[in-house]
Design a protein around this ligand. Structure first.
Ligand code: SAH
Length: 251
């Protein structure tokens, strides 16, 4: 059996605002059985908790090493690929994949040394729109359309299983060589904030919805996967546009 520990070490499972500690424990067990180990908990309602430990059934190492952070941004800042798992097919401005489609993408990125996050929502509400907006792609388990919401830990299990099967297979063709590293999620967020204020500064919106425009632009730039140098050029252009807008403003 091939060893998947090298790519698996690049993958973190991020559980957002989980309310049931039992689900955290069951998720820990799910990822451990598939050869993964990294769990990040965003503002869990109860953790640590005896129920989490009971449901982890021996996968305590995963729980012991779990990282707790206050918000999704800090959970994914250093990642180069962020996938949000959604129970519903929404009109999200995100490319949507099945777990099987995502596996080779994650495999390739992990072998290239990128950090990757798989993000799961709260049991009742799922991922909020602003949380999904931080993701670069959506993963939907093609469940029964009229009853598509799996238990949280079971969704983690399906994703972890598909990744494992993908990792056990042949690695995908290597991505085209990059001279500069791809920008991280945190750097992309900094760019999007800059872009958004610049659009305000140059009075781009003229009554149209800034949110819709930003979702479109996010999709475009996330698809392009700019590297750090390209992002610096784009931010230079934004800074100049802001400077010109300041000069053009009537005093
Ligand atoms: N009622 C919520 C579902 C929450 S289930 C909703 O409709 O959005 C908790 C989490 O499990 C979800 O946020 C998602 O991350 C994951 N999940 C459940 N079913 C899934 C599915 N069919 N595909 C992908 N992820 C799923």
């Amino acid at each position: 059996m091939p060893d998947i520990s090298v790519p698996a070490a690049r993958v973190r499972f991020v559980l957002v605002r989980t309310s049931q500690p039992g689900n955290i424990g069951a998720a820990a067990r799910a990822i451990r059985t598939m050869g993964f180990s990294r769990l990040v908990l965003v503002a869990p309602q109860r953790f640590p908790d005896p129920e989490a430990t009971a449901f982890a059934v021996g996968a305590d190492t995963v729980l012991d090493q779990a990282i707790v952070v206050p918000d999704l941004r800090s959970a994914i800042a250093d990642c180069r690929a962020v996938y949000g798992a959604t129970a519903r097919q929404r009109s999200v401005a995100l490319q949507e994949f099945t777990p099987r489609e995502v596996a080779p993408q994650v495999h390739g990125a992990a072998l290239a040394g990128d950090e990757i996050a798989l993000v799961f929502g709260n049991e009742r509400t799922g991922l909020e729109n602003d949380e999904l907006a931080l993701c670069h792609g959506a993963v939907h388990i093609p469940a029964a359309p009229d009853y598509s919401s799996l238990n949280l830990a079971q969704a983690v299990q399906v994703l972890a299983y598909e990744l494992r099967v993908g990792f056990l297979g042949n690695p995908p063709a290597p991505a085209p060589h990059r001279t500069d590293p791809a920008a991280s999620a945190g750097q992309m967020e900094g760019f999007f904030e800059h872009l958004s204020t610049t659009l305000d500064d140059i009075e781009f919106h003229k009554g149209r919805s800034p949110e819709t425009i930003m979702l479109r632009l996010r999709k475009l730039f996330l698809r392009a996967q700019p590297d750090e140098r390209e992002l610096r050029v784009l931010r230079g252009i934004l800074a100049d546009a802001q400077r010109m807008a300041r000069l053009a403003r009537p005093r």
